[in-house]
Write a protein that binds this ligand. Structure first.
Ligand code: EPZ
Length: 419
């Protein structure tokens, strides 16, 4: 078993370069199944969710050539199978994008029920509603989802909840459908825009991504023959911004889209931090103890649930009492009991957690309960006095490229140790 051993009490200073976005990459890779040709994807993060996505594409007949650590060429001319291996698809959440892509390309799709972080109930009713509206018959049984259609025909789909995954899945299925599909009450996250940009670069006709109405005019074919670069990771950038605040540090975050981080910047200013940005980089620093702040997680452009645990660490040591309301996932406060082992004073009940700021944290053995919880506990280990041992690294490796190396470069004392 691997663990990170963190000797804490460090102020983080220096420069960090942000990788391509996990949640865009894991949608763009299955989207290549809609192309009858060859394309190149650049700025892919080197993380385990990307590796497994590529492995699955290969089992379906895609030919993948790694050009460099972050760039691949994918040839999807000979897709021979529309049924993805159940054991592979159930390893991560984003495997549900294979449904939209495969039904779009082959009119037949099968994937295992998606796995991924345990954040409470993760229904897929809106994905199914969208695919059925386009003309697919969807069956969920025996741990798998099967979708079949004679043809897909564009229609209007109103999303009952704002869902990133369902918005992207319907966009994928509608790209090669007959006629026009309109998604109302669509999610607006930066990775939705990125997937639409990717598909449009390959020949799709998608308008309005980034607003709550997306219009997809079905096209006959996506041609490929182009290179696409994945957008920088909003959540990784936000993680380092909040690490600067929690450690009373000074970090220059390079290769980020600053407007994607406006909601985080606003909270950091409220907490007494400082921000300087110039379009694709942000300097974040604070010279004193952060101030309390209240947070409510919301779909974009609200404060992202995927940065809730990381800001939780800064609030755990802030001056005053802060409140976080989690409105997306029902079990995203599991990290708070781990933080309490380090001396934090947090009580979480249902959707709300109360953070009574303490002056300092102290090192302890802690367990990453999910991906972002893992990042938060890593930051807590850097803040804390003494040694923290962080376990369950598989969660972190799913979504952060070279995390300990990136933190080491800005001053953290972290070692990965195999027990
Ligand atoms: C995506 O998950 C992200 N994952 C999550 O990031 C992120 O937390 C989440 O969006 C919200 O921003 C990927 O992009 C791979 P949703 P997704 O569908 O698409 C409810 C991380 O740490 N809902 O937007 O699965 C659902 O229960 C991960 O990187 C339905 O009710 O999330 C939730 O309350 C974790 N029915 C809300 O909508 C549905 O059919 C938002 O979920 C779908 C969702």
């Amino acid at each position: 078993m691997e663990k990170l051993v963190i000797n804490g009490g460090t102020r983080l200073t220096g420069e960090v370069t942000i990788s391509g976005a996990k949640n865009a990459a894991v949608a763009i890779l299955p989207a290549t199944l809609l192309i009858d040709g060859v394309c190149t994807i650049d700025n892919l993060p080197n993380i385990s969710d990307v590796k497994i996505s590529c492995d699955i594409l290969q089992t379906l007949g895609a030919k993948i050539t790694w050009i460099s650590e972050h760039e691949i060429e994918i040839d999807t001319r000979d897709i021979s199978c529309s049924r993805a291996p159940l054991d592979m698809t159930s390893k991560f959440r984003a495997s549900y994008y294979l449904l939209g892509s495969l039904i779009g390309r082959c009119k037949d799709a099968q994937v295992g029920l998606p796995g991924g972080c345990n954040l409470g109930a993760r229904p897929i009713d809106q994905h199914i509603k969208g695919l059925e509206a386009l003309g697919a018959k969807v069956d969920v049984s025996q741990g798998k989802i099967t979708a079949k259609a004679k043809k897909l025909v564009g229609t209007s789909v109103y999303m009952d909840v704002v869902s990133v995954g369902a918005t992207i899945n319907i966009m994928l299925a509608a790209t090669l459908a007959e006629g026009t599909t309109i998604i109302e009450n669509a999610a607006k996250e930066p990775h939705i825009v990125d997937v639409a940009n990717f598909l449009n670069t390959m020949g799709a006709d998608i308008r309005g991504a980034g607003t709550d109405v997306i219009k997809i005019n079905g096209v006959k074919k996506l041609k490929g023959n182009t290179t696409y670069s994945v957008v920088p990771d909003q959540i990784e950038a936000g993680t380092f911004m909040l690490a600067a605040i929690a450690t009373k540090g000074d970090i220059l975050i390079k290769n980020c889209v600053t407007e994607h981080l406006d909601c985080v910047s606003a909270k950091i200013l409220e907490m007494g931090g400082n921000i300087e940005g110039d379009g694709d980089s942000l300097r974040v620093w604070i010279n004193k103890r952060p101030q309390k702040a209240n947070i409510k997680t919301l779909p974009y452009p609200g404060f992202p649930t995927d940065l809730q645990p990381q800001i939780g660490v800064a609030l755990a040591i802030a001056d005053g009492t802060s409140y976080i309301t989690e409105s997306i996932w029902e079990s995203r406060f599991q990290y708070t009991s781990e933080l309490n082992k380090m001396g934090a004073k947090i009580s979480a009940h249902g959707k709300t957690a109360v953070f009574e700021g303490v002056k300092t944290l102290s090192g302890a053995p802690v367990y990453a309960t999910d991906l972002r919880a893992g990042a938060a506990l890593l930051i807590a280990g850097i803040v804390a006095s003494g040694t923290t041992e962080l376990y369950n690294l598989n969660h972190i490796d799913r979504g952060y490229e070279n995390i300990e190396e990136k933190f080491r470069k800005i001053g953290a004392n972290i070692q990965r140790v195999t027990e």
